[in-house]
Design a protein around this ligand. Sequence first.
Ligand SMILES: Nc1nc2c(ncn2[C@@H]2O[C@H](COP(=O)(O)OP(=O)(O)OP(=O)(O)O)[C@@H](O)[C@H]2O)c(=O)[nH]1
Ligand SMILES: [Mg+2]
Length: 452
Amino acid sequence: MSIINQNSDTIAAIATIFGHSSIGIIRISGTLTYNITKKILGLIPKDRKASYLPFKYKNDIIDYGIAILFNRPNSFTGEDMLELHCHGGPIILNTLLNYIISMPNIRIANPGEFSMRAFLNKKIDLVQAESIVDLINSNSLEFSKESINSFKGNFSYKIKNLIKIVDNLYSHIEAMINFPDDQLEQLSNDMIVSNLNNIINSINKLNEQVKNNIILRDGIKIVIVGEPNVGKSSLFNALIGCNNAIVTSFPGTTRDVLRYCINLDGIIINISDTAGIHDTNNFIEKIGIKHSLKEIKTANHVLLVVDSTNCEIEQLDCIYNNFIKIVNNIPITIIRNKADLSNENITINKLERYYVVTISAKLKSGLNLIFDHIKDLYIKNNYKCNTINKHRYFNILHNATLHLIRGKQHHLYYDILLEELKHAKHYLDSIIGNVYDDKLLDKIFSKFCVGK
Ligand SMILES: Nc1nc2c(ncn2[C@@H]2O[C@H](COP(=O)(O)OP(=O)(O)OP(=O)(O)O)[C@@H](O)[C@H]2O)c(=O)[nH]1
Ligand SMILES: [Mg+2]
């Protein structure tokens, strides 16, 4: 049964980690909170005041601790809530919890159920709820700061603003259709298109921020690809700073995907070395190439290595064109390796559609150019962006944009335009949870810990 259908129950859970510790907290939320409070404390403490009291288990005192009662609606969940701060022994906590749930119509909370009630009671929106999980799971101070910003509502504010703008445009066009004779300001076709463009640009900017924050949380995945023997594994070893990959002069040395993680100015960079991609009848190499292609699919960036001793500059466009299809438009930087043999300068050049970095993996020359290039592309300026990182948001914002673009294409047909605006608004609404379905809530809140 969906957790949403059990909303009238009073719930209780241990909110602190299991084990022996100095303090352990039990949380209770729901209409029967007062009954539980009276049973455990023998009185109703003042609202939102910490009271040091004996905690009763049947007729015994099981502990002395701090109790805080939060009267609805001024609580995290919006319901009556009680927090019992006990000594952190599992026996004390479990005995009290079992005692509480032995009372009628009270049960153990599901994971995330307190937060879900906070959402359903409109204390927080969906973005804020999700930022709680991020905050708890954060592995870096930067990401914690982003999560707390989001919890404060920064990202939600931007979405709400966009919803308002889409809504206003919708109402205006609708009024123009329904009340053509009114004194209403008539939006020209150009004005409609310009409005739509502004909204699309704002969404694109927001999506850039979301993308950057995904990087802040998950890091950047860089996959090294190229033909056999061009020096992919040598580059991999040079970038990670140790000889993890086997390097030989035999083409087809690497078959498995090798992965290593480095830290570049606080951002995690996941680097993969792959088998050389070429036409081969060798059964094992073929499997390796299949793995290479699979690895590319999840990359943020591809380093396409070529051997500068046998690849003319004029050939690069053709090589790029072939590979960009294979990597499905993931950004490519071409690495011209073995500059020590071709006697080329260690440089980085920007061509029309891609960068070319000339290096020697063997001499470890030019590695700083690659690192700076990655930093320029993914880290600088974008590092702090006051939003939260969610693939969910990314996909929804993308879908909203598709509808707005379609609206723009059909802006002369108001009925189609209105329909597209309605879809776009629906997507934006679903980010903050103005619209939702049980499945989505189950999916989001089941990731929470019990007691949160
Ligand atoms: N002189 C010179 N030799 C290099 C350089 N980079 C790699 N090599 C040599 O080129 C050969 C192939 O290098 P690898 O790093 O194994 O090449 P790979 O692309 O991983 O090859 P496969 O795994 O077979 O696809 C080795 O003999 C390396 O020592 C370089 O910058 N300069
Ligand atoms: Mg190799």
